[in-house]
Write a protein that binds this ligand. Structure first.
Ligand SMILES: Cc1cc2nc3c(=O)[nH]c(=O)nc-3n(C[C@H](O)[C@H](O)[C@H](O)COP(=O)(O)O)c2cc1C
Length: 224
């Protein structure tokens, strides 16, 4: 390695292999029942939970550690309504045929449609932006790298942190999402990547069976 500023490795908890396997299996079991929720109610959630989840997301690996993300948390009813209206406008066109037959057929078992009432009802929407420029240091405007990949990993951390706090989430991506720049007052060099809707499930909330069917280990992995 070339000379660079460094600190000693952070000691992780000591474990033998039996404990290690148990820890990995416990983690997998803990996230196995995370499901996207499209019936999120109006019940409030603590701001501190969202802040901690965003801090967790902010620890994700990123290209050159530029952390090319911004999380805009929308709780203001007028802005939530504006997001719902803009999203539903896109979704109506999408479900009317823009998506194409194959995509619509793929979505059918999830039962989704152009009605996005949860965007207005849920206590918070987290709009996640990828920054084309920014750099590692505040105020810099350097080129960023692997923006979509980095934002995807950070969003995964965010979803798991919110799940660990007992909250329901939905990853929502009406296309295009440029309206988010205007509503969230974000600059043009930031690209909206995803919205994460967060809150408590409605008492009558359900899960599409299709979403529970996850591929087995042998279909998603190979050992070489
Ligand atoms: C990048 C991405 C975009 C998604 N966009 C939407 C969306 O716009 N609307 C929606 O209802 N679900 C959306 N989802 C949720 C998926 O439908 C859901 O993750 C999938 O059906 C599996 O279900 P699960 O999350 O409950 O395991 C999206 C998920 C991802 C990862």
């Amino acid at each position: 390695m070339t000379p660079h500023e460094a600190i000693p490795w952070i000691a992780y908890p000591a474990m033998d292999d039996t404990q290690r396997i148990a820890a990995a299996q416990a983690f997998a079991a803990g996230i196995a029942n995370r499901r996207s929720c499209r019936e999120i109610g109006a019940g409030p959630i603590p701001r501190a939970v969202i802040e901690a989840a965003i801090l967790a997301a902010g620890t994700a690996p990123s290209g050159a550690n530029h952390q090319p993300w911004h999380f805009a948390v929308i709780t203001d009813p007028a802005r939530k309504r504006a997001i719902r209206e803009a999203a539903e406008e896109e979704e109506r066109v999408f479900y009317a045929g823009k998506a194409g037959q194959e995509w619509l057929e793929a979505l059918a078992p999830l039962g989704t449609d152009a009605d996005k009432g949860f965007l207005e009802k849920a206590p918070a929407i987290i709009a996640i932006f990828g920054q084309r420029r920014g750099g590692a240091v505040e105020g810099e405007m350097r080129q960023n790298y692997y923006i979509t990949e980095s934002v995807g990993i950070a969003t995964g951390f965010l979803l798991l942190a919110l799940h660990a706090a007992g909250l329901a989430t939905l990853t929502h991506t009406p296309n295009p999402m440029r309206f988010l720049n205007r509503i969230c007052e974000r600059p043009g060099h930031e690209k909206p990547v995803m919205m994460v809707v967060v809150g408590h499930p409605e008492p009558h909330a359900s899960i599409p069976v299709h979403a529970t069917r996850k591929k087995p280990l042998e279909r998603i992995s190979s050992w070489l």
